[in-house]
Every structure is written in C-alpha cells, then in structure tokens.
Design a protein around this ligand. Structure first.
Ligand code: UP5
Ligand code: MG
Length: 219
C-alpha cells in the first residue's frame, strides 16, 4: 500500500516539476557581418530548419520608422540613410519587446537569432544594461564577406528593394560604420571564443551548409 503510494507520487513528480519550472531563459545567437553579407537570407534558412525565431534589428527599426505616431521615425530614417547606428535605447526596447511577445505567444520559442546587433560599443553596453542575466548568448554567427561583394549585392537588391540605404553613397557609409564600429565588437567576442565564422562570399547553399554544421554542433 505504502510502496504503491510512493510509486504513484514519484510517477507524478516529473509533471509537477514541469508545471513549476520557471520560464526558459532566452538563448541568443547574435548574427553579424557586413551590409549584404547574407545575414537575413541565412537567418530565413535557419528558421526553416531549426527552432529559432529571427529578429532583425534593422527590420524592427524600419517597422518603428513606419509606425504611425512613432516619436523616433525621423531619427531612425536619418540614421539608416547615413549608415549610422541608432541610439541603443531605441533598438534594445524593440528587441526586448519582440522577444517578450514571442515567448508570451509560445513559451517554447526561447531561441533567438538576433540579426545585425550589437553593432557598436553603445549597443553592447545597452544589451548588458538591459539583458545581462536575463538571456544567454550562445555564440556569435559571423558572416565574413569582402566589402566589394557586399556592396554589389546591396546595389543589385537596391534595384527593387526600396531600401533608402541600398545606394552607393549610403553603402560607403555603411561599410565604414561596419569596419570602424562593428568589427571591434566581433573581436571582443572572438577573444571570448564565442565567434563562429562562415565564409559568406560563396553561394547561399554553400554558406548554409557551413551554418548547418555549426548549428548541428552547437545545438
Ligand atoms: N544574397 C544573400 N546571400 C547571398 C549569397 N550567398 N550569394 C549571392 N547573393 C546573396 O542579402 C543581401 C542581398 O544579397 C539580397 O539581395 C540577397 O538575396 C543577396 P541579405 O540576406 O539581406 O543580407 P544582410 O546581411 O541581411 O544585409 P542587410 O542589408 O540587411 O545588412 P545591414 O546590416 O546593412 O542592414 P540592417 O537591416 O541590419 O541595418 C540597416 C541599418 O539599420 C544600419 O545601417 C543602421 O543604420 C540601422 N541599425 C541600427 O542602427 N542598429 C541596429 O542594431 C541595426 C540596424
Ligand atoms: Mg538584413
């Protein structure tokens, strides 16, 4: 009788534990690389094959720019056209909200690809201020691609994208910002052994084959 009671209780324990378990901490992969390196393209492929939610900081900023009544519309618009990095207070709030909403809708969606962030020291400090301890950075996926290839891809896309920054003048500024501000951030993570580099100058399929190998290994 007593033995049976223990057996019954222990059978129930796992489900009770599961019910009481706290929400999973967000697991984040930062996706970095130059303008046009293929971050968005590869993130879409990852989402088709793995349980990740793709959050592009650039897309979130463009949405905020277009949102009626946004107090930041003009500022975002000017920064994007000039290839400058928007103050982190704006970007981090958009990212945090998007992560919270995703997890509220489905608590199993706690793995995020954060694409195009952090791009500079200000971004990095903002992330630490707001998210430190609240999310784990699994690793940084770095799409390494020569500047000329990046520029050519964006100019080609610019024929139909409607993006205000897919023109030669903006692209030169975007590349400068990338070299001066974003590369040093990648180096910070490199020193921590967190960077997984992929040669992004090849075809979409070849790049994705390497991405897949990384994700299969890292989980
Ligand atoms: N393409 C992709 N992969 C290819 C391949 N392997 N071979 C051939 N062609 C390939 O790809 C770009 C183009 O190349 C597409 O036409 C694609 O088909 C083709 P995409 O996947 O879009 O590349 P991606 O790296 O995502 O390029 P994107 O232009 O989005 O990169 P950026 O980092 O410049 O743009 P983002 O949207 O992230 O940011 C824009 C601006 O927002 C920034 O300059 C900045 O002003 C602002 N911003 C902030 O201020 N803070 C942030 O945190 C984020 C953005
Ligand atoms: Mg992109």
């Amino acid at each position: 009788m007593f033995g049976r009671l223990i057996a019954t209780v222990s059978q129930r324990v796992p489900s009770v534990l599961k019910m009481a378990s706290p929400r999973m901490k967000p697991q984040v992969v930062f996706v970095l690389g130059g303008p046009g390196a293929g971050k968005g393209t590869q993130c879409s492929r990852i989402v088709e094959n793995y349980s990740y939610t793709h959050l592009s900081a650039g897309d979130l900023l463009r949405e905020e720019r277009a949102r009626e009544g946004s107090e930041y519309g003009q500022l975002i618009s000017d920064h994007i056209k000039d290839g400058k990095i928007v103050p982190v207070e704006i970007t981090i709030n958009l990212l945090r909200k998007a992560m919270e909403e995703t997890m509220k809708q489905d608590e199993k969606s706690f793995c995020f690809l954060i694409d195009g962030f952090p791009r500079n020291e200000d971004n990095l400090q903002g992330w630490v201020r707001v998210m430190d301890g609240k999310a784990d950075i699994k690793f940084v996926l770095f799409f390494d691609c020569g500047n000329e290839v990046c520029i050519d891809r964006c100019l080609e896309r610019g024929k139909s994208s409607g993006r205000t920054d897919d023109n030669r003048e903006s692209l030169e500024k975007r590349i400068q910002t990338y070299l001066q501000s974003t590369r040093p951030i990648i180096e910070v993570y490199e020193k921590e052994g967190k960077v997984r580099t992929v040669d992004a100058s090849r075809s979409v399929d070849e790049v994705f084959a390497d991405v897949k190998a990384i994700l299969d290994k890292e989980g």
